[in-house]
Design a protein around this ligand. Structure first.
Ligand code: SAM
Ligand code: SF4
Ligand code: SF4
Length: 354
């Protein structure tokens, strides 16, 4: 279905088979990363996307402009580690020329933020989300296989000093790994004026170490926090954002992204573009739509728009809900076998962007 505005102008918002609009686009700019987070890239070596297949900034902007003509108004730059992509501020400047984009954010592990935050800010980046799973340097090293924790803290300080608004700190909450740090993370969030969002550990491709007993559920997170902080009030919002938000009695806000235990596919307006131009309609989708080939073969804007429109209209994906349904029959095994991940790196979380 395509809705049109009241003046009867050309169609402006694509809607899928479950009534979900095409609104938020996550653009991965690289599949490479300078960390090896246990829940995302547990291996040291991966099959990387060939360099010549990576979309140029011009190609990313051209595709994004077609997406925005169909209703996308939020763009999140991700990866891999997006700050590893050379000249990222140049991409932000180009995207800012599109007035239909109301919000451009970057999700980063923070390591290169100290060097790049100022130029990203000057390029017009609206918001930064930093992934932060622990406040302990030795635990950071164990979780990421790298000894760069202090750089992440420096990056967060720099973002604050520059004056970015609406800083978010994303924590993958894991049973027996960082469940003893939830309160410290909330307190750290207060200190740096950042909103903490706890993400349930997901069994997406790449998360080959996942097991149900490592998931710290939304319910457990709330229980741990309420034992310390007392009453926690849910914030009622008319929002399609993935995080449920809550307020502590002192007014501190935080979020929980309960993708595993309380999936929210019915309000999912997000899709993902990989660094080499495959379009994924769901984090759990096993195949993507190749946009690079038609783009490089000279497809017109009209043709590309028709491809995006018809693909979104046929979308019925609800991957996390389907994974959850498997629990009823006790068959929630591994999402993708390691061999298949090696054959198709697009199945990795770091390739399609979290
Ligand atoms: N490298 C950047 C970063 O870490 O912020 C951006 C890409 S990363 C794939 C995006 C987000 O996905 C991160 O916040 C990360 O914690 C999250 N993520 C990766 N694997 C996950 C998993 N198995 N379950 C839940 N979240 C995961
Ligand atoms: Fe960690 Fe992000 Fe790198 Fe994945 S892409 S290993 S989550 S820093
Ligand atoms: Fe959206 Fe797929 Fe995630 Fe469900 S599992 S919220 S459909 S990306």
């Amino acid at each position: 279905m395509i809705t049109s505005n009241q003046q009867g102008e050309s169609p402006r918002m694509a809607v899928d088979t479950l009534g979900r609009p095409l609104r938020a686009l996550r653009v991965s700019v690289t599949d490479r990363c300078n960390l090896r987070c246990q829940y995302c890239m547990p291996e040291e070596e991966y099959v990387w996307l060939p360099r010549e297949t990576l979309l140029t900034f011009e190609e990313i902007v051209r595709l994004t402009n077609i997406f925005t003509s169909l209703g996308v108004d939020k763009v999140r730059i991700t990866g891999g580690e997006p700050l590893l992509r050379k000249d990222l501020p140049a991409l932000i400047s180009l995207l800012r020329q599109n007035s239909k984009i109301k919000d451009i954010a970057v999700t980063t592990n923070g390591i290169l933020l100290k060097e790049q935050a100022q130029s990203l800010y000057e390029a017009g980046l609206h918001r930064v989300t930093v992934s932060l799973d622990t406040l302990k340097a030795d635990r950071f090293k164990a979780l990421t296989k790298r000894n760069t924790f202090s750089q992440v803290l420096d990056g967060i300080d720099t973002v604050r000093a520059i004056g970015f608004q609406d800083l978010k700190l994303d924590t993958v909450a894991m049973q027996g790994i960082n469940d003893d740090e939830l309160i410290d993370l909330i307190e750290f969030g207060k200190d740096v004026d950042g909103e903490v969002r706890f993400i349930e550990y997901m069994d997406v491709g790449g998360a080959t170490d996942w097991s149900a007993d490592k998931v710290l559920s939304c319910e457990s997170i709330l229980q741990i926090l309420s034992q310390h902080y007392g009453l926690i009030e849910p914030i009622i919002e008319d929002s399609w954002a993935p995080a449920k938000r809550f307020r502590l009695s002192d007014g501190t806000r935080f979020g929980i992204i309960a993708s595993t235990t309380l999936p929210f596919c019915s309000t999912c307006d997000r899709s993902r573009l990989t660094a080499d131009g495959l379009w994924y309609l769901c984090l759990y989708a096993k195949t993507g739509i190749d946009l690079r080939q038609p783009l490089r073969d000279g497809a017109t804007e009209k043709e590309l728009r028709a491809l995006l429109e018809s693909t979104w209209q046929a979308r019925a994906d609800r991957g996390a809900e389907e994974r959850k349904e498997l629990e009823r029959v006790d068959t929630r095994g591994r999402f993708v076998e390691i061999e298949r991940l090696r054959q198709d790196p697009h199945l990795e979380m770091h390739a399609r962007g979290g």
